[in-house]
Design a protein around this ligand. Structure first.
Ligand SMILES: [Zn+2]
Length: 768
């Protein structure tokens, strides 16, 4: 039987809890204009933000910009590895993955956005089918909606509270000054009484005021007449960097130039006429948080091509209009009419695909975007919004007939992913993290490389200019250097590049290469194709007892039918295999070769000490303080590493004499005693050290060449049979397999399979 959940919360407590978490109402509560000015005084840069600035701030909040540039050793390279996962991945049901190229392009546009130079524009995210455009835009809008409704993203909008009693009294007696005094008293009494927004807003006949929200979501500051704004801000905001920017920069022009909407403007003037002075008008002006809600079309409107157009273009609120009319005793003074564009003023308007009804909407935007205005009956309605649209290549012709449109459109390409790491992230997102464990390291990335090779151009002017002789890289790269290009697109500078080529890859060259990439990713295997192929591949080759390897991958793509197979350039798979072979061999090499500086230094120091003493004595090394029994075997063991094994006795003695001579005539007497150098800084030490390292590297792959015992020992690793192998081989094998796991993320099984692959394909000889 199940244990019942202890009933710790009473109903009262539960309601209390709900009350506490119910923050929306609190946040939406209007504040008097006076209080708004106090908030503006405290946080001017947050309060004085238009949609463009707020959107930019949102992006900055969610996108992480790392300190380091593309590569550590060339810090002047201007491509940034933005981390957009908080913006597009975290908390979304359908994550959108950005690669480095797209992220840089996107962030550049977002930077322009803030400066306001590009406001009367429509941003079209343009890309082929299956590139994830709608996921991209949905996630972007969702994050904005979230952000705009937080403390950090909060902005205010105008809401009027027309005091009925005050205005009716005014209406009755226009000039009685004694009466005004009386009202003043009433007013004072009222100030202590904080009306509840829900209870007393427009509605019941006993309401104290009529609440009229600004449909255009205007910033309350704009209610101040234009000619007074500068003076007010100068008073209100302290002299700091922000104030200087506010008064000088183009992005803040709107604060001084923008008119308040026609409804608010007519309310202001009607009130001023009746109340006589502005401070009385401002008492009826409130500020409330601009609440974004996509589902209600508040601040964000999104249209799908199938959404049928509204019959009514001009909207009104009859009940509110009647109340306004009866209050002002004049039916035409304030006309509460607006279009649906008003609701997204200072907000976002988005079209999902320029098809069907969205073509009409796009055309409708034409005037609005070029004029920044929209006519509602006789009234001009201002529309300052962020316009987004998605477009497929074939839909470009829909707006072809509007040539004046073209310079109002800012295209931002969303091509297919061009970075294999991002492509892999997509596989993992769809099929689950466990798929990684089914592959030998690097093989999954290579699957992504094959997908990406169908999306990028084969010829490259910039690469030809950069690398004059591609043939020298034939062991690591295809002859068109597509694999090299892919590395750069992922932000890597491959280790196999020669020093000169790395040096000549300056920012200018990199920009040229990236500029070429602008046309890539519009053809080839789509995101959907890629996922389908991966599904086929994985279900066919994933096995319990062995990992997916490169021969599997080559087999899969070689057997593939057209059209996907036709998209893979001839020779690409062979090059990919060669690059893999080279890389896996490097990993094995690095795992076998134990480059332990400390150990090497200790060996050399002990060797020098031993040489200066007689054989068969026990000494204490003057450098390491270690006790050494100087024997022939001891000297040989280090010499084998220093020089080479199988040296004859004479050669050994020759070397020992050389070392002794150098030590006594130069190292000790001159470098150490006169120059005060440490043993490790002496010429003798340095030359022995270099020889030691050189030999280690040269000999590292010896066990991999025609050594059946070594192969068997690897195969037997982790079994009973392993015990029977030679002691030294066992030590090497264990060392190798452990390092492969530690340094390159292999599982024991994976390390084992990779080593057998290297031996069976004789890779040690292949890359000699
Ligand atoms: Zn307004």
């Amino acid at each position: 039987m199940e244990t019942p959940i202890p009933n710790t919360l009473s109903v009262d407590q539960t309601l209390e809890l709900l009350d506490k978490s119910m923050t929306d109402y609190q946040r939406l509560k209007p504040v008097p204009f006076e209080e708004f000015l106090a908030i503006l005084n405290a946080k001017p840069s947050q309060i004085l933000r238009n949609i463009f600035q707020t959107f930019h701030d949102m992006i900055k909040t969610y996108v992480v910009e790392p300190e380091d540039a593309l590569s550590e050793d060339s810090d002047h390279l201007s491509f940034t590895n933005y981390d957009c996962s908080r913006l597009f991945v975290e908390g979304s049901e359908n994550p959108f993955f950005t690669d480095m190229l797209f992220a840089n392009r996107f962030m550049k546009q977002m930077e322009y956005l803030r400066h306001g130079a590009q406001q009367n524009r429509i941003y079209i995210f343009y890309g082929p089918h299956g590139c994830g455009k709608s996921t991209f835009l949905n996630n972007l809008l969702k994050k904005f909606e979230q952000y705009a409704n937080t403390e950090e993203g909060l902005r205010y909008e105008i809401v009027w509270r027309l005091n009925i009693k005050k205005l009716q009294d005014k209406e009755k007696s226009f000039t009685v000054s004694a009466f005004e005094k009386l009202i003043h008293y009433v007013e004072k009494g009222e100030e202590n009484y904080k009306p509840d927004a829900n209870e007393k807003s427009f509605g019941g006949p006993e309401a104290e005021y009529i609440e009229i929200p600004c449909i255009s979501h205007d910033n309350p500051f704009l209610a101040i007449p234009k000619d007074q704004r500068r003076i007010v801000l100068d008073e209100l905001i302290k002299n700091d960097e922000f104030k200087w920017r506010l008064f000088t920069e183009k992005e803040y022009e709107w604060v001084f130039k923008e008119e308040v909407c026609t409804i608010c403007s007519s309310i202001y003037h009607s009130l001023l006429e009746r109340l006589g002075n502005p401070s009385e008008v401002y008492k009826m002006l409130y500020a409330r948080p601009y609440y974004f809600n996509r589902r209600l079309g508040n601040g964000i409107s999104v249209f799908n091509p199938g959404d049928s157009p509204l019959k009514q273009n001009v909207l009104s609120n009859e009940m509110l209009q009647n109340r306004i009319n009866s209050l002002f005793q004049d039916s035409n003074i304030i006309s509460y009419q607006y279009s649906r564009f008003a609701k997204i003023n200072n907000g976002i308007y988005a079209l999902m695909d320029i098809k069907s009804h969205n073509i009409e909407r796009m055309v409708e935007l034409h005037n609005i975007i070029s004029e920044g205005l929209h006519k509602v009956e006789d009234i001009e309605e201002r529309v300052d919004s962020l316009f987004f649209a998605l477009m497929n290549p074939e839909d470009k012709r829909s707006i072809r007939d509007f040539p004046s449109f073209e310079d109002r459109i800012q295209y931002i390409d969303i091509p297919y992913i061009l970075d294999m790491k991002t492509e892999v992230k997509i596989f993992i997102n769809i099929f689950g993290r466990h798929i990684e464990g089914g592959f030998l390291p690097m093989v999954l990335e290579n699957f992504a490389r094959v997908i990406i090779c169908t999306r990028i151009g084969k010829k490259s002017q910039a690469l030809a200019e950069w690398i004059k002789d591609p043939a020298k890289y034939k062991n690591f790269c295809d002859d068109q250097l597509m694999l090299l290009k892919m590395e750069l697109f992922s932000g890597n500078i491959p280790k196999w590049l020669e020093e000169d080529d790395i040096k000549s890859l300056d920012n200018k060259m990199l920009k040229k290469i990236i500029a070429e990439s602008e046309i890539y990713g519009k053809e080839g295997l789509s995101g959907r194709d890629s996922i389908k192929l991966f599904d086929q591949f994985y279900s066919k080759y994933a096995k319990e007892d062995r990992l997916i390897n490169m021969p599997d991958l080559c087999m899969f793509f070689n057997k593939l039918d057209d059209p996907p197979k036709r998209m893979i350039p001839p020779g690409f798979l062979e090059s990919l295999l060669r690059m893999y072979d080279y890389s896996v061999l490097q990993q094995v090499k690095e795992s076998l070769y134990y480059y332990n500086e400390e150990q090497i230094a200790k060996d050399i120091k002990n060797y020098i000490s031993a040489i200066t003493n007689d054989v068969d004595t026990v000494i204490k090394c003057i450098f390491t303080k270690e006790e050494i029994h100087v024997t022939e075997a001891f000297l040989e063991s280090i010499e084998n590493r220093l020089l080479s094994s199988n040296m004859d006795k004479n050669r050994r003695h020759e070397i020992r004499n050389d070392v002794l001579k150098e030590y006594t005539t130069r190292t000790l007497t001159h470098e150490i005693m006169i120059e005060g150098k440490n043993i490790t800084e002496t010429r003798l030490f340095e030359s022995l050290y270099d020889r030691y390292v050189h030999n280690l590297k040269k000999k590292v792959l010896e066990p991999f060449i025609e050594n059946e015992n070594f192969r068997n020992a690897i195969k037997d690793f982790d079994t009973e049979k392993f015990k029977a192998h030679d002691k030294r081989i066992k030590k090497d094998v264990k060392f190798l397999l452990t390092n492969l796991s530690k340094k390159f993320g292999y599982t024991t099984q994976g390390a084992n399979e990779a080593c057998i692959y290297v031996i069976d394909n004789d890779l040690a000889n292949k890359f000699k």
